[in-house]
Ligand binder design. Sequence first.
Ligand SMILES: [Zn+2]
Length: 245
Amino acid sequence: MNKDNIKAPCSILEDKQLKLFDFFEEFSEYESYGEKLSNGCLNSDDNLIRLTKHGNFYFKYKYAFCPDCYSSNVVKNGNYVRKLYFLNVGEQKCIIQKYKCKKCGKIFYTDIKSIVDENCNITKPVIEYINEIYSVSGNSIYKIQYMLKRFFNVDISHQSIESCIISDENDDIADVAAKLPSSAADGYGKPFFDVFKEAEFDFYKIDKGMFAPAEVVINDLTTGKIYKEGYVNVDLLKKSFGVDN
Ligand SMILES: [Zn+2]
């Protein structure tokens, strides 16, 4: 049989029931909630069309317009390929449509940020699922890896899973820790009397951060990471209490 003559995405016919929207973009907006849920594109942008072409996912805009000059006078201008992991679908070759603005010449891509972050090949629903089972049940990374493969057809390394969890958890903690100690406050580094004087002896004008602890240690029990910020500034203490060196 000559494979070139096959137009339908036959390579996946055995394990997936294909719908009209897999072939005709006019039908893509009728993709049901269940369909979106099953391939992990539930929260995708309304302006995003997903088609299945020759077994690959194909992403394009419903209404394309230039992000620079907002002109809708744009033409298709090639595409690029990304391999992404979707819930239930697993590893999937994705073809992303590129456009060129005829007015200003800007070349731009179909934005699929609603589905996956730029520097990541694991789609958001997979990451959400990983973090959900991790936080609810405290399952080990290897158990999560097994569950993903067994129930959702997603076969990724335990390092990838670990990075999904860490990137999701650590962003906040590191940020919070950095802001906690008094050294992060405006006006830090002066003896308290000077600060009070500068605030015209109005206690409430002083940055609240000045009353924070000098040193803060946060121990993240889920990752085992320790965040230490700030330190006891002995010189400043001596200055504040009028102690000579
Ligand atoms: Zn333009």
